[in-house]
Design a protein around this ligand. Sequence first.
Ligand code: ADP
Length: 503
Amino acid sequence: MAHRKYIARSLRFTLSAVYTGLFTLLLLGVGLLFRQNLATNLNEQARDDLKQSWDVLKANLRIENDPGQANYHPVWFFDTNDPDENSASVRIQSVYVIADEAGRPVPKFYSSTYESLGFDKPDEVARVLGSGQAQWIEKKDPDGLPYLIRQSYVMSEDRKRKYFVAIGKSFAESAALLRQFDWLCLGLFPLVIVTGFATGWFFTGRALTPVMEIAQAAQRISGSNLSLRIPSRRTGDELDYLVETFNQMIDRLEVNFNQVRQFSTDVSHELRTPITIVRGQLEVALLTANTAEQYRDAIVDSLQDIERLSQIVRALLLLSQAETGQVILQKQTLDLVEVTEGIVDQFQIPAEGAEVELKFEALVYRCQGEFDRVQIERMLSNLLSNAIKFTPKGGEIKVTVGREGDEAEIVVADTGQGIPPEHLPLIFDRFYRVRGKEEQASPEKGLGLGLSFVSWIVRAHGGTIDAQSAPGKGTQFRIRLPLREEVAVESTDEAGPDEMKPA
Ligand code: ADP
């Protein structure tokens, strides 16, 4: 439970925090950009206003002097009866100054507001007059309110004198607007952070609920109840996919687990029978045998059973080594026609003994590929010994080697007793035997490991095997082995071929 809380808390918190962080950053970025834009716009608008005012001013201001005299004085030409001009004059004359070349403001030609901003210093006046261009500056009044100032000059009528003229516009409104914006953002931010985090928390919580359910369900699944599955939510989302994958994994685990369980039951069963027999034989000998001959017989019988026991153990060891990848294939270039024919030849004597006809047919002249000779021979031996074992007298076994595209095809077909359909899918399992009455009577017939090994050898070579059978008519094993493709599963051999088929 503590574990559960820990997962929920950390992941949920991290996701919500990241979400909030990103959200805040985004908002901050957008806010800054917007503010920057707003400030630039306000500034440009103020400049435009001042430029317009300047044009009006120039048209309505003259610096006059009496001809031939230096008594220059500015004169306004506004028609105060015209409402437009009147308002323009009021606007311009609210913040302005006209000063002579020495920077002295001309009496009555400046506004009190401009005075409160502070008259321009002589050197600054000189600079503006000298530059021939309008200058833009900012000034603050005693209350700290900002003003945008446009400094320029006007020539006297006789074009002999320049007069410094500055007009200004309060920037207070714009500044207030920007300040308002700042406050709004400042107020909005905590709200955004809180709601962002809350929303993130809510949604991640919702998204994580199924994860917690999956975790809980997974916790309930153990070795003893591997049949439990996590119910699918049927939403088709990623979590559903996770549930599905998880369930599939449990499916596989269950199969493996059952196999292991079955396997250990089988192993103990297989080992118990010969042990019981040996024990019985020895006990009987101990109680009843009188002569050395009788003891000898008992020991010989017991040794045979002990031999069977060690065969089982050796075969099991080999099979488990093969299936855990400890056996690596020793591949070499091999002609399957030649190898198969050789093995068929070796089985002619046992076939004759069983009064079964054993035939070989090559559908191709050669069938070359990269194979492990020992394993391929072992595979063929297992199939042939089964075929001989399960084919009654007078029957026929036919081995064919052919080729289909990039694959070799080996078919071992017999006219034996066949395998009932319900057993067919299971014959490759370890210890699986189709037990007829005959087999029960003679347990030494087989271990049920041969086909497991055949199947492993085929898979290790990247091939496939399938069995078809008609009870009473015969069985056919068809093996396909790739001749060119790279084989995915590689394994090696450490034991000899004759160790596999103990029967
Ligand atoms: P076993 O050692 O018993 O032969 P295998 O794994 O080789 O073990 O075979 C498993 C079972 O499959 C056999 O016990 C037998 O019942 C059945 N089987 C295998 N090959 C044949 C065949 N050619 N004809 C009929 N039954 C077969």
